[in-house]
Design a binder for this molecule. Sequence first.
Ligand code: NAP
Length: 312
Amino acid sequence: MIVLVKSGPESLVPDWRKHFQAADPRLDIRWWADPSVKPEDVQYVVVWDPEPGRLATFPNLKITFSSAAGVDNIVRDPNWPRHLPLVRMGGDGTERRMAEFVLWSCLSLVRNARRMQLAQNEKKWINIEQRTAVAERRVGIMGMGNLGKKAAMLLRDVGFEVAGWSQSRKDIPGVESFAGKGEFAGFLARTDILVCLLPSTPDTNGLIDAESLALLPEGAQFVNVGRGQHVVEADLLAALDSGHLAGALLDVFSEEPLPASSPFWTHPKVIVTPHVASLAPRSERARYVAEAIKAHERGEPLPNVYDPVKGY
Ligand code: NAP
């Protein structure tokens, strides 16, 4: 069974092959642009950013796997095969890594890590007053899906007061649930650290703009581990510069890699990370895909299937 892979450069294919072999030796792993593969022999693909139009050229394709949790780079192709399942990367490893990254981000903001980093760069031994503690910061997570839920539970267990905002209401012990557009303003008003873990859709892109940032309490902080498209970056910068926002940790940007000219790189209130919040190792991702293929062959439901109607 031929599986085409396009996730990272061609040089990673031997490593992908090794991990897929361990998970299911029947899977024949080939580079996405391998000229010796006939399009009709391709049954599965594992991709992050396929060139538009290419997925439609495989007549016997059964499943498209996104090698990451987001599928925005796949569904932007107007000809992606929407009659077939598109499976988002998931599993315990991905969820756990994201939850740990969000916890680290919130703790870094609470403990003023950016100021300490700047002082260290200048070899300055400054006394940074640690005025807030975990229990005094209310975290609000936008997006309570696989990743948001896990992050909310970990933050709650550490002692943060946590709420989540999603389309539908959630019932997670110790986590307040806000749902839908009508409860967005109330959710923002009670949030000291806003964490974005939404998928990128027409409804969510640009949601974090001047208007929504203004609804956060004075001195709030922001973590973006969703997508750069969620944020109007000029509005975020203005909120940081005016003092309304006290800090931000940004893992995702409208343009990636973040251009050298971006003011975020050197902003004294911003920690920049290079889209690394949660990417499970290839071994785990290969196992996840191989298990999903086996489940599909047994006629069982696939995990994490993208819903084109909902848009995520
Ligand atoms: P998911 O399971 O599909 O969950 C999406 C959540 O967003 C759901 O709770 C959904 O509400 C909510 N939502 C969607 N549209 C909404 C809207 N218009 N208003 C309010 N809530 C809305 O997704 P996931 O697996 O948790 O992943 C979330 C995102 O994280 C991915 O799409 C990707 O962009 C990002 N991500 C980033 C990294 C990184 O390294 N930085 C890694 C992995 C993923 P319902 O529950 O009511 O449906």
